[in-house]
Design a protein around this ligand. Structure first.
Ligand SMILES: Cc1cc2nc3c(=O)[nH]c(=O)nc-3n(C[C@H](O)[C@H](O)[C@H](O)COP(=O)(O)OP(=O)(O)OC[C@H]3O[C@@H](n4cnc5c(N)ncnc54)[C@H](O)[C@@H]3O)c2cc1C
Length: 263
């Protein structure tokens, strides 16, 4: 177990050439079926929960007690989680770099306890990269709102999704370039682009906010309050949860043990 607060920074993968919009635009439209999530900066460890909680009884000596008894530490974190003493889980920070379709960002930014900065469609030319559901993506929705079940599509439905998506995104991107080349402002020309175009952002949160986000944006039948998120934001959430589990293993385990309810 890590016992001391940590601070790390990793630069995200380099942006595509031409991302600043200064050179010749790329005309070939590309399609992706995945998302990218990197933990670019963090100051987070289970120890951050412990010193914050122990100030209640140990005052300024709480930092000295961090890491003295692993079993007791795990027990304290589990108690805080179970009884929903949430504030000790706020003394830490995660910054994620996320690359995903804009329709995922629409859902993501409903989470008001995160801080965001996203690439601008006014200050740079958007890259020709669009989301195309992969062959494993379930296509057909059945059941009632809030309780939908998704089932595999037929080969014909998959083929239709692919040809329609490729056709419309390609045409839309070429119309976007046509307007830029005619001198129309980026902020006006982008209006023709579908929400399946990729964007990128930094999203910063603490563990308490992250647990709340994950409880809503992952689908787990064993949760106390199961949620039914759209698959594409769940793909982002799953990658974020892997980073969370690695960075704060005791907190992650206690959250799972207590029904994935944010304290
Ligand atoms: C499966 C699913 C389906 C959804 N469908 C829709 C939909 O059809 N239409 C739609 O509009 N949205 C939809 N949403 C978005 C949803 O309504 C929430 O906006 C989103 O999940 C963020 O949740 P939150 O407000 O709890 O989170 P955050 O904004 O991260 O807030 C965290 C917590 O802080 C507190 N808080 C934050 N702001 C306030 C405030 N102003 N007042 C009081 N307390 C506050 C609350 O306790 C809140 O739970 C959906 C979400 C999910 C997961």
């Amino acid at each position: 177990m890590s016992t001391q607060p940590t601070a790390t920074f990793t630069a995200p993968a380099a942006a595509d050439p031409g991302a600043d919009g200064a050179d010749a635009p790329e005309r070939d439209v590309r399609f992706r079926s995945d998302v990218a999530v990197e933990l670019v900066k963090s100051s987070a460890a289970d120890a951050d929960v412990l010193f914050a909680a122990r100030v209640s009884t140990a005052g300024e000596k709480s930092l000295d007690e961090v890491g003295t008894d692993a079993e007791r530490s795990a027990g304290l974190i589990n108690y805080l989680m179970r009884d929903r003493h949430g504030s000790p889980f706020e003394h830490n920070q995660f910054t994620f770099y996320v690359s995903a379709p804009i329709f995922v960002f629409r859902e993501f930014m409903r989470h008001r306890t995160f801080s965001y900065n996203e690439e601008s469609g006014r200050y740079r030319r958007l890259e020709p990269v669009f989301y195309l559901p992969g062959p494993e993506r379930k296509l057909v929705q059945e059941g009632k709102p809030g309780r939908y079940v998704f089932v595999d599509g037929s080969a014909e439905q998959h083929a239709l999704v692919e040809t329609a998506t490729r056709r419309v995104c390609t045409e839309a991107y070429h119309a976007y370039l046509e307007m830029l080349e005619a001198g129309v402002a980026r902020e006006v020309a982008r209006g023709v682009l579908p929400v399946s175009i990729y964007s990128s952002m930094y999203a910063t949160c603490n563990a308490r906010a992250l647990m709340h986000f994950l409880s809503l944006r992952t689908k787990r039948e064993d949760s106390t309050f199961p949620s039914f998120p759209q698959r594409e934001i769940e793909m982002v959430a799953e990658r974020m949860e892997e980073h969370f589990a690695r960075t704060m293993p005791l907190t992650h385990a206690a959250w799972n043990r207590n029904g994935r309810v944010a304290p």
